[in-house]
Ligand binder design. Structure first.
Ligand code: ADP
Ligand code: MG
Length: 227
């Protein structure tokens, strides 16, 4: 379970990116987070990953107290969360397969396990034919799926996708969403940050709306206010 308790984030330049955010996300939930650019959505994910520290309040994920975590525990926390970044952050000189393998290598998996699991996850995201391609040789949607496979490969309990449909056509957006729903059916918590009103209303899941660093609505079943 993810809990934000009265969380505030003020960046060093004085920007108040989050103001008194209270939020609870249960294990296995599927949640959309929506809101205009600058609303604080990415800041929320940075706090979850301990890339930034909150200025006030408390964040817990399962057994981790993220807001006051010692540095040596951070890698363990990050293994429980798989993230697909807005800009993918794939390593350009590595192939799709190597990008996925690298994520396993850094957590110390054996070569044999890596080989088997990389093949499985390429298949899961429908890229078994593209494992030898470098990111520049892949479309936006394909890169997106490599990033998703990489996020999943260490079996995290939470998956966060930051604007996963921003750079793809409407058909690919549906495919990516279906993939994320499948991942959710496997029991993982899925958090999708998006601007895409149509998608949010189509899937009728829980929608958390942020505005100027605050949660302004939190409801089930799609349909959110203009943001
Ligand atoms: N590293 C940073 N330093 C200062 N201000 C930042 C930083 N990152 C984000 N911000 C500001 O914090 C606010 C929230 O940003 P962000 O979380 O990226 O919003 P979103 O992802 O919803 O577009 C914005 O006003 C943004 O300019
Ligand atoms: Mg953002």
């Amino acid at each position: 379970m993810i809990i934000f308790n009265n969380v505030t984030k003020v960046y060093p330049n004085g920007t108040r990116a989050l103001k008194n955010v209270d939020l609870e996300i249960q294990d296995g939930e599927f949640v959309f987070i929506v809101g205009a650019s600058g609303a604080g959505k990415t800041t929320l994910t940075k706090l979850l990953l301990c890339e930034e520290k909150p200025s006030g309040g408390r964040i817990t994920i399962d057994k981790f107290n993220v807001s006051r975590m010692s540095r040596f525990k951070v890698p363990k926390l990050r293994r429980t969360i798989g993230i697909v970044f807005q800009d993918f952050r794939l390593l350009p000189n590595m192939t799709a397969a190597e990008n996925i393998a690298f994520a396993m290598h850094v957590v110390g998996e054996s070569k044999k396990t890596i080989k088997a699991r990389v093949a499985n996850f390429l298949k899961l995201v429908g890229l078994e034919e593209k494992g030898a391609c470098k990111p520049a040789e892949l479309s936006g949607g394909e890169q997106q799926r490599v990033a998703l496979a990489r996020a999943l490969v260490n079996n995290p309990s939470v998956i966060i996708a930051d604007e996963p449909t921003a750079n793809v056509d409407p058909y690919m957006a549906i495919e990516i969403m279906e993939l994320l729903l499948r991942v959710n059916k496997l029991g993982k918590t899925v958090i999708v940050i998006t601007h895409n009103v149509n998608l949010v209303n189509y899937y009728k899941k829980r929608v958390i709306t942020m505005k100027d660093g605050e949660v302004v609505s939190d409801r089930k079943g799609g349909m959110f206010d203009e943001v």
